[in-house]
Design a protein around this ligand. Sequence first.
Ligand SMILES: [Zn+2]
Length: 119
Amino acid sequence: MKFQLIHIGIKEKRLKGFRYKRLINSGIFRGNDTRQKLIDCQGPFHGWTNASAKNWVYARVREQKEGRKVHIVCDCCDTRCMSSSCEHTLMDKNTENRRNPNCYGQELVDLIIDLAKQN
Ligand SMILES: [Zn+2]
C-alpha cells in the first residue's frame, strides 16, 4: 500500500486532491506554536496521555488506510522544500522562507505511516 501523507509548510501550495490538516489543530502542540509539543505528547506514542491528540493521530491513520491524500501542515516553516528550484511551491515568492530545523512535522508523518502499516 502506498501512503500519501506529505508534510508541507504554512506558505506552501497544496497539491491537487490533498486534504489539508494543520498541526495547530492537532492538540499536540502548545497554542499556535508547532515548535513545542505539550508535555503529555512527548516520547513514544504509546506513552502519550493526551486523548484528543491521540485521536487526531488515529484519525490521520484511518485516512491513510482509506487511501486518502493528506497534507500535514506546520506553522513553524514557510516551506519544507529544500532546493531553490522548488520556490514555485511557495504561494508568494516574495515571502520570507522560514524553515525550522527541529520541526516535528516529518516525525508525525512517519508515526502515522508506521501506525497505518501496523494495523
Ligand atoms: Zn515546521
